[in-house]
Write a protein that binds this ligand. Structure first.
Ligand code: ADP
Length: 473
């Protein structure tokens, strides 16, 4: 089959979170299964663009309201990522260093989607499926179905939409509707949710199939989806959850070049010790105490606002018997607080405020526990990386965390789970972690070995997506 993935992120070209990891891996595994998987994304000005060779494959022009714009599509020449990678450039809109965070993000992603539809419309043949990811590409299922210019050629191509995060919906005021390519006005309801153009809602309505990145997340969306819960209930017949996999070629403690010492299941104790020594050395922490780390966006969704209080309470209540390390960026106030705390808890806590792919690898390898108190977690990749690196996940019982981590109190359990995103639950779990580390070496060692053998690779999930595409033909 020929699949075209449309997304705002794709690792290693541009990544802000899990979406990038998934779009960088899923097409690779689909190609390995014998399919033609392609990715098209905006041409941001990231390092990857300048370090690789490209060929021009298409130039075109389109209108966005009264604005005429030209776009070009380039293709990476060497199949470096294991699939065909296409970048769309719209000068003045997509030629930026960052992925998101600009005042004109609405215009940027709208222009991107229009350009993608126009380009697909010019293909000699048709792909078997258009697979869109998150709200930045959420208007494409509508455009190919209801925009006059595209529907003749594209409306019979199946569209699949994957919800990686339903908190962000890409809302566009109706006053901007003139920017969309002319569409059948009888179909305005397919764009609308509560008097706003809602790209995420539109995709859920218009796509032939909707997937979420875990089963539990799909169930939760029917109760709480930032206003779209009724829609997810209504569309449940065409929706299903498919758990993300992890790219085991990138995330492998045996070959990872970003960590201090490679190790496998047999050498996990020694290997992790070396990585921990490197990490605690860098951050002035104690290598003999359990090291509990957090990696992620510093936002309410990840319950990162609880970290300052939970970490200080844990240090006091557990008499400094654990060390803490935070890697993250996000809300500026929280960044400041987590940065300031370093001085107060010198030797017990440290942080790196910013984004560092290589440090994240060292933290997965060198930490004993990885804390994820998330309020919302559609799938979560961090806990799967932690498992693969022999780091015990301490997670809230929600979304993909619920589907991938069991509690050590249960039969063959290998993690620490708690119910509430609260300081109390985190502090209590820290106590359990310290107890496991200090008093239960046999259980701890068994857990490490066991979790490193759990298979969260993409192989089965990539096939599940293929099965869905086939069901639509
Ligand atoms: P989300 O997409 O909601 O942010 P996921 O768990 O799906 O969460 O994916 C997070 C990904 O981003 C992981 O690969 C994690 O290691 C990475 N990550 C998050 N914050 C940082 C950071 N500050 N530095 C390096 N990697 C980060």
């Amino acid at each position: 089959m020929e699949i075209i993935h449309v997304a705002a992120e794709c690792y290693p070209v541009a990544k802000a979170g899990g979406l990038g990891d998934v779009v960088g891996a899923l097409p690779k595994y689909q190609s390995e299964l014998g399919h033609i998987a392609k990715v098209v994304m905006p041409m941001y000005r990231t390092k990857f663009l300048y370090e690789n060779d490209w060929e021009l494959v298409h130039e075109g022009s389109q209108n966005m309201g009264q604005h005429f714009f030209r776009y070009s599509v380039i293709k990476e020449k060497t199949n470096k990522l294991g699939f065909d990678l296409y970048l769309v450039d719209v000068n003045g809109l997509l030629d930026r260093e960052k992925i998101y965070g600009y005042d004109d993000d609405i215009d940027r992603f709208l222009a991107f989607q229009i350009a993608v539809c126009d380009w697909l419309n010019k293909w000699q043949h048709k792909p078997d499926v258009i697979h869109c990811h998150d709200h930045h590409t959420g208007l494409i299922p509508f455009m190919v179905k209801h925009c006059f210019e595209f529907r003749d050629k594209l409306s019979d191509i199946p569209t699949v939409f994957t919800v990686h995060n339903a908190q962000y919906q890409g809302w566009i005021g109706w006053d901007k509707s003139f920017m969309l390519p002319a569409f059948d006005s009888w179909k305005w309801g397919m764009l609308d949710w509560e008097t706003t153009i809602n790209p995420l809602a539109s995709a859920v309505k218009c796509a032939w199939k909707v997937t979420t990145v875990s089963n539990s997340y799909l169930d939760e969306l029917k109760q709480n989806a930032n206003g779209l819960q009724n829609l997810f209930q209504y569309e449940q017949g065409k929706s299903l959850g498919i758990l993300n996999g992890i790219d085991t070629q990138v995330w492998d403690p045996v070959t990872d070049s970003m960590i201090a010492k490679n190790y496998d299941k047999e050498l996990v104790d020694k290997g992790k010790k070396k990585n921990k020594k490197e990490l605690t050395g860098q951050f002035g922490l104690d290598p003999d105490k359990p090291l509990i780390s957090f990696i992620g966006r510093l936002v309410g969704e990840k319950a990162a606002d609880l970290l300052p209080e939970a970490i200080s309470q844990s240090i006091y209540q557990h008499h400094g018997n654990a060390n803490f390390l935070v890697l993250g960026s996000g809300e500026p106030e929280l960044e400041d607080r987590l940065d300031q705390m370093k001085h107060q808890f010198n030797g017990y806590y440290n942080s790196f405020i910013g984004y560092s792919e290589s440090l994240s690898h060292l933290i997965y390898a060198g930490s004993d526990f990885l804390l994820m108190p998330s309020r919302v977690e559609p799938c979560g990749l961090n806990q799967m990386y932690a498992l693969r690196y022999g780091t015990v996940p301490m997670v809230r019982n929600i979304g993909g965390l619920r589907d991938t981590v069991s509690d050590m109190g249960d039969w063959q359990g290998f993690g620490i789970r708690f119910d509430q995103a609260s300081v109390w639950d985190i502090t209590y779990s820290v106590g359990r972690a310290i107890d496991l580390y200090t008093n239960k070496p046999d259980l701890y060692s068994w857990m490490r070995g066991h979790m490193m053998t759990i298979d969260h690779s993409w192989d089965s999930s990539a096939q599940q997506y293929i099965d869905i595409y086939k069901s639509l033909k």
